[in-house]
Design a protein around this ligand. Structure first.
Ligand code: PNS
Length: 160
């Protein structure tokens, strides 16, 4: 049976940190579904279609990686797509409390679903979509943090 990992998030926008984790997820599973949350509580900078397009550009042509949107509960979406593992990144201890709560709730909702935490490359541990948005908003350089297509999209959206 093909092992499918689900890598969910807001990806607003995708960063080199996300790219790193998508690649690492392929060490655990034959297929990775990158699941873009439609109904994240926060008002996103990029529409779900824009976030998916950028993700597809960034991952390139790799039949093992699929980019999909999901609405509602992640645990339910995992069941729908036949994923047994949810992958989340842990950058620092500060991420842990929220991640633990989410992992245990997802297990409560879908006992077959395991959550695994992957550490990004140490040079990317400071990186988050929100920090990228903030730097870009004030005209700072983000070329070392995101794919050139994402940099262009940020410039188009925010100017600079
Ligand atoms: O990149 P993010 O914003 O940290 O991702 C959070 C996300 C989208 C993975 C999480 O909020 C999520 O799974 N939302 C869907 C609703 C759900 O299932 N919530 C978890 C139950 S605790």
């Amino acid at each position: 049976m093909t092992r499918i990992a689900l890598y969910p998030g807001s990806f607003d926008p995708v960063t080199h940190g996300h790219e790193d984790l998508i690649r690492r997820s392929l060490n655990l599973a034959e297929r990775v579904i990158v699941a873009v949350a439609v109904n994240a509580a926060k008002a996103p900078l990029f529409t779900v279609e824009e976030r998916m397009d950028l993700l597809r550009t960034v991952v390139g042509d790799d039949s093992r990686i699929e980019v999909r949107a999901f609405e509602g509960l992640l645990a339910r979406f995992a069941q729908e797509v036949g994923a047994g593992v949810v992958v989340r990144g842990l950058r620092a201890v500060s991420d842990f409390e929220y991640e633990l709560q989410m992992a245990l709730m997802n297990r409560q909702l879908n006992p077959e679903l395991e959550t695994v935490f992957l550490m990004p490359d140490v040079g990317l541990t400071f990186l988050s979509s929100s920090i990228v948005r903030e730097v870009a908003r004030y005209g700072g350089k983000v070329s070392a943090l995101v794919h050139p297509a994402v940099e262009r999209a940020l410039r188009a959206k925010l100017g600079g």
